[in-house]
Design a protein around this ligand. Structure first.
Ligand code: ADP
Ligand code: MG
Length: 356
């Protein structure tokens, strides 16, 4: 989907301040029809405020908001064709599941018979048809989450806004719900605007991601672009672990001008006696820590000049040509990588984050 061809949501120079805190700062943003769009950033970076501005729960101090081409900047929430799914599901405890889902239709004056069939359809979509007559208290957390989702999609909005909807679920359920959310979005073909502080979740689900910092979008792109080509130390570090070489370290270790990021999984570790692959850049160091992470080891290395690197060693099956004994603490190793795996970063090195 090319978002600029049929924009569903357009923000132009939108700002919002609370007292002297600028939550959203002259933000421009275009989200396409049918896109799964994520806003990713640390707590306090302005994601929820943007969502509330789109929904109409907050009024912009400046700028224009359009939905489907229509200027909605001054419209109330119920005059906008969007629905919000909140993290605290806010289900009615005295209604059963079906009644909870049908509620939005009742408010909109949809006839009883149609209400029931549409609510059942929405429940089937989130795979909950079998619990239609239960009360919310008789459901698990994941099921309540799905009821909240069904309640939102039953009114067939053009845009669904989701604010950390999986935040309260445990990891296993969360991963399962991620898959389901993506499937539901595909089946419905509507625009999802998804807020999360979890980079893995954003990478897994999204067509595009906007990375937020202090009310600004610092980078916008596909998951692959964001992960493989971060344009600043901030994004390189926030989205997955990165080795960030600031200009000084780059000059010393890489003999290169500028700042660069290098993903841990791009580094190959070999015994200090081995010869490095042709064309590789290398650095020699000592392993200070090797942490078992199930699928492999996260290995911390201190280079001769004191620079620290993190490498990821995948554990391999015995048949794999690269299967090797993992190095351990105190071993001298050669770290090597392809020059093409170095990602040039912008000059915004003031935000460089050192590795812990
Ligand atoms: P995020 O969702 O990324 O965590 P928010 O949009 O909630 O960020 O908040 C952005 C900034 O605006 C933060 O500094 C937050 O403290 C402030 N803020 C948000 N809502 C309010 C409010 N109702 N009153 C005062 N400050 C607020
Ligand atoms: Mg928030």
């Amino acid at each position: 989907m090319r978002p600029t061809e049929s924009p569903q949501i357009q923000l132009e120079a939108v700002s919002k301040a609370y007292g002297d805190v600028t939550a959203v700062d002259a933000l421009d943003l275009t989200i396409g029809d049918g896109e799964f769009f994520s806003m990713l950033g640390p707590s306090g970076s302005g994601k929820t405020t943007v969502l509330r501005l789109i929904a109409g729960f907050e009024r912009a101090d400046a700028g224009t908001i359009r939905l489907g081409g229509e200027d909605v900047t001054a419209l109330a929430p119920f005059d906008r064709d969007v629905t919000t799914v909140f993290q605290d599901y806010a289900l009615f405890p005295h209604f059963n599941v079906l009644e909870n889902v049908a509620y939005g239709l009742r408010v909109r004056g949809v006839p009883r018979s149609e209400r029931s069939s549409r609510a059942r359809e929405a429940l089937a979509m989130v795979r909950l048809d079998h619990v239609a007559t239960r009360k919310p208290t008789e459901l698990s957390g994941g099921q309540r989450q799905r009821v909240a989702l069904a309640r939102s999609i039953v009114v067939r909005p053009k845009v669904l806004l989701l604010d950390e909807p999986l935040g309260a679920l445990d990891l296993k359920l969360r991963e399962q719900m991620q898959v389901e959310l993506k499937q539901i979005q595909r089946e419905l073909g509507i625009t999802f605007v998804f807020v999360t502080h979890d980079q893995e979740e954003a990478l897994t689900l999204s067509d595009r991601i906007a990375v937020f910092d202090s009310g600004h979008i610092v980078q916008l792109g596909t998951p692959k672009e964001i992960y493989e080509r971060p344009t600043s130390p901030y994004v390189a570090d926030f989205v997955g672990t990165s080795n960030v070489f600031d200009e000084e370290v780059a000059k010393r270790v890489l003999k290169m001008e500028g700042a660069f990021a290098l993903r841990p999984e791009k580094i190959l570790l070999s015994p200090a006696t081995a010869t490095a692959p042709v064309g590789a850049m290398t650095a020699t160091g000592v392993i200070t820590e090797s942490i078992y992470i199930g699928t492999g080891h996260r290995v911390h290395i201190e280079l001769e000049d004191g620079t620290r690197l993190v490498a990821l060693e995948q554990s391999r099956g015995a048949l794999h040509p690269d299967a090797a004994e993992p190095e351990s603490r105190g071993d001298r190793v050669v770290a090597s990588w392809s020059p093409g795996d170095l990602v040039p970063l912008g000059t915004d090195s003031s935000r460089a984050v050192q590795h812990r």
